[in-house]
Design a protein around this ligand. Structure first.
Ligand SMILES: Nc1nc2c(c(=O)[nH]1)N[C@H]1C(S)=C(S)[C@@H](COP(=O)(O)O)O[C@H]1N2
Ligand SMILES: [Mo]
Length: 409
């Protein structure tokens, strides 16, 4: 089960009265709505409040797991390609820095190292050197962890630790060229986050510093805008590294240093966290790092978050991405994967690192249905049927796990 019938989204939908019901395409009698509302209020657990630094998020569109982990509801993605900032998930390994770091954005400095002419730049200076906009899927390595049966430790994300976002900033490649190129045979690009670390603890156990293969530089960006607005504190303002196609953790927020390095960062978050290790193993540097994302899709409508579905014609919709490659096609099943039909790709194509929306018109008779989707990328890689079991529950792209059970009446 992906949703419970009395989860907070449904409660709000029902509590929203005639307007919300009409918007959901449900012409229920007002008396019935009131009765459901009363029943739902009794049973639903209290939703956690949004933390102060993310108070501007749309509370109805998100699930607050903790002050540092907030996910988007499956039913909130909507039918536009870009995830609105107020609905986008948030994940912090440490509390975010003080909001005062945004007081003078242009004065923020970043060190560029491991190039022929290393130096530091203010954000104001970076803005004079180059600018571009790109769309990428930002997805936490642990998105879908909630579907692993062994209950790995960490946030029990369902589908919503992901979004498709527009970034504006300077391409790393352009910046590196202006600094004379990478200095020698350095294998990694390493980004360091600007969090203030608590005193008295070993910085290596806490610091957010991530290394990715140097080639990732080709499409990477130092971004100062998200979705056409100055980057918020929650999402890494004033400046953030974006590594398209790589999982969320590699997209370092509040970036203070971007370095080309011979080795991967020695810190814990690189060496032992975010490693894809067998169930019985202690994760370590010998296991692959959570880097490239794999082809993945999921259904977002109808019937997400317990939204009622009426029998008859329905448009099954969802989102699909390839990770490192463009989406070629998406197939949809309404019988739990026994039969499939090709869906139409809709909306603008914002490039290979963005996701595509898809839609398929179907007839849904009354009863229980399992809606599933399966994406294939331009290289012929198909979304996996079953998750790759791993100790910490990373990179779940299983179409079975992400199928949506709905009740049609
Ligand atoms: N400096 C810094 N960068 C960070 C993190 C962090 O805790 N500190 N969390 C990472 C993780 S695990 C993810 S999934 C993404 C989340 O990005 P978002 O909060 O903008 O959605 O940021 C990554 N970059
Ligand atoms: Mo993450």
């Amino acid at each position: 089960m992906n949703t419970t019938p009395l989860d907070p989204a449904r409660r709000r939908l029902l509590a929203g009265g005639a307007g919300a019901l009409a918007a959901a395409g449900l012409g229920a009698a007002p008396g019935l709505a009131r009765a459901s509302e009363a029943a739902a209020k009794e049973a639903a657990p209290a939703a956690k409040p949004l933390p102060a630094y993310a108070a501007w998020k749309d509370a109805d569109s998100v699930i607050v797991h903790s002050a540092n982990t907030i996910e988007t509801r499956r039913g909130a993605f909507g039918d536009g390609v870009i995830t609105p900032s107020r609905e986008l998930y948030v994940r912090n390994n440490l509390p975010p820095p003080d909001a005062s770091i945004l007081d003078d954005r242009d004065a923020w400095t970043v060190e560029i190292q491991g190039v022929k002419n290393p130096r530091s730049f203010t954000l104001a200076e970076l803005k004079t050197l180059g600018v571009e906009t790109m769309a990428t899927v930002l997805q936490c390595s642990g998105n879908g962890r909630g579907f692993f049966p062994h209950k790995p430790s960490g946030t029990q994300w369902q589908v919503g630790a992901a979004g498709c976002v527009l970034w504006t900033g300077i391409p790393v490649r352009a910046l590196v060229e202006q600094l004379g190129g990478v200095d020698g045979d350095l294998k990694y690009m390493t980004g360091t986050g600007g969090e203030k670390l608590p005193e008295g603890l070993d910085p290596k156990t806490l610091m957010v510093e991530r290394s990715v293969p140097r080639e990732a530089m080709q499409d990477a960006m130092l971004a100062w805008e998200m979705n056409n607005e100055p980057l918020s504190l929650a999402h890494g303002g004033p400046l953030r590294l974006i590594v398209p196609g790589y999982t969320g953790v590699n997209n370092v927020k509040y970036i203070k240093r971007l370095a080309f390095t011979a080795d991967q960062s020695p810190v814990k978050i690189q060496q032992t966290s975010y490693r894809i290790a067998p169930l019985d193993a202690k994760p370590g540097p010998e296991h692959p790092s959570a880097w490239a994302m794999t082809p993945k899709s999921w259904i977002t409508a109808p019937g997400a978050d317990g939204e009622p579905v009426k029998a008859g014609r329905a448009l099954v919709r969802g989102v699909a991405f390839g990770g490192m490659h463009a989406v070629k096609r998406v197939d949809v099943s309404v019988d739990g994967g026994k039969t499939w039909k090709q869906a139409a790709l809709v909306g603008p194509d914002l490039g290979k690192y963005a996701w595509r929306q898809f839609a398929l018109a179907v007839e849904l008779p009354a009863g229980q249905h399992t809606l599933a989707s399966r994406v294939e990328d331009s290289e012929g890689n198909v979304q996996v049927e079953n998750r790759e079991e791993n100790a910490r529950g990373y990179l779940n792209s299983s179409w079975r796990d992400h199928a949506l059970q709905i009740t049609v009446s």
